[in-house]
Design a protein around this ligand. Structure first.
Ligand code: SAM
Length: 202
């Protein structure tokens, strides 16, 4: 099964509350985004899946929001949940390791996507796209499994990071302005330790 087939199958076979990354309220992401960017700014959520982040940001006054995900099934389900509010979001179905241009955004958010990129070439493409997408002073928020999190998620190997390793991936074009440690509990009660880094685009 290739990457796209894997994720289409995950979202076709499981309800939102049956996947390990489910959060009823993505509080940590919302608070980091609010700290990093005023509501007039443009936000893109990379690998947003069926996260509740778009409606939480709409509730807080953000008006320029895009969600990208490799899974058309996830995007369709998120749009259906948002109902008439779905039209206020820009939805993009695509693989972040292949997309060349998504336009410009002031803040790039990724919870639990970058850590699946085990091929260094995929990470290189991802970072280069983030560099092109964010202007100087733009913000990048990356949440990944921490070093002591499980080695696999959704049946796939993940790369686990600490501040040094993650900052190294993003290189000289980004510098860390905040580090947040976060303990996520899956719907079945398993703890998963995350690290969130907020970077500024140099
Ligand atoms: C662990 S889930 C996290 C979903 C969401 N960020 C959240 O916090 O609820 C990983 C998400 O990334 C998406 N994804 C995985 N690889 C991707 C890629 N290469 N490009 C775009 N999306 C991808 C999956 O479809 C899935 O929705």
């Amino acid at each position: 099964m290739n990457r796209k087939e894997h994720w289409e199958s995950v979202y076709t076979k499981n309800k939102d509350t049956e996947v390990g990354w489910y959060q009823a309220d993505p509080e940590i992401s919302v608070s980091l985004i609010e700290k990093a960017l005023p509501a007039r700014g443009r936000v893109i959520d990379i690998g947003g899946g069926t996260s509740r982040l778009p409606e939480k940001l709409l509730d807080r006054g953000y008006q320029k929001i895009a969600v990208l995900d490799i899974s058309a099934a996830a995007v369709a389900r998120a749009k259906a949940r948002l109902a008439e509010r779905a039209d206020r979001i820009q939805w993009i179905v695509g693989d972040i390791t292949e997309v060349e241009d998504m336009g410009r955004f002031d803040l790039w958010h990724d919870r639990a996507v970058f850590h699946f990129l085990s091929d260094p070439m995929d990470r290189k493409h991802y970072v280069a796209l983030a560099e092109r997408t964010l202007p100087g002073g733009g913000r990048l928020i990356i949440g990944t499994f921490a070093r002591d999190a499980p080695p696999r998620c959704s049946g796939l190997d993940v790369c686990r990071y600490d501040r040094t390793l993650l900052a190294r991936e993003f290189g000289a074009a980004f510098h860390v302005i905040e580090e947040t440690s976060h303990l996520h509990t899956t719907p079945t009660g398993k703890p998963q330790h995350f690290i969130f880094l907020t970077f500024a685009r140099v």
